[in-house]
Design a binder for this molecule. Structure first.
Ligand SMILES: [Zn+2]
Length: 164
């Protein structure tokens, strides 16, 4: 069974808290967490590290290192923004069964513009998963919290400046 609306909002707000912690450490404000099959227990949290260690891919590798694929198939990776192609691929290979994201990549691009630190790789995660050999459920964007996810980024990219 899929997570309820309340469970989605609760998890996404917690992921946004992870994103804000990452930002406080000087990193890009993206956050993700791994939900157990009960949709409430948080197994792990991960903020953005750098451009090749995004929150979702790092979390997916950690998940695959610590839990069997048969268990992860019933788990959910929750992330503040739609995962990029690199992260979607790692989620696929980690055998995580469901992805929830708060806001769309395109909404972030509209906010950041073509920022040199965020050269968006525009390939919807649903398209990546559709090329695979097993179903991965995708839920997102979640309208109830999408604006909160975007609010975390408002002003961040302008403050970074073009050459930082
Ligand atoms: Zn990514």
């Amino acid at each position: 069974m899929s997570p309820s609306g309340t469970q989605l909002a609760t998890a996404l707000r917690r992921a946004d808290g992870v994103a804000r912690r990452a930002m406080a450490m000087g990193r890009h404000p993206f956050g993700a967490l791994l939900l157990a099959p009960d949709h409430e227990t948080v197994l792990a949290e991960q903020g953005n590290i750098d451009t090749v260690n995004h929150a979702e891919a790092t979390l997916a590798r950690h998940a695959a290192d610590n839990y069997p694929a048969s268990y992860l198939a019933h788990c959910t990776l929750v992330t503040t923004f739609e995962p990029c192609a690199m992260c979607a691929g790692t989620i696929y290979w980690a055998h995580i069964g469901r992805v929830v994201y708060g806001a769309e990549e395109s909404a972030l691009l509209a906010l950041t513009g073509n920022h040199p630190e965020n050269p968006t790789l525009s390939l919807p995660c649903r398209e990546v998963f559709a090329r695979g050999q097993k179903p991965i459920e995708v839920i997102g964007p979640v309208a109830e919290v999408a604006e909160e996810m975007l609010a975390t980024h408002r002003g961040f990219w302008e403050r970074r400046g073009p050459r930082e």
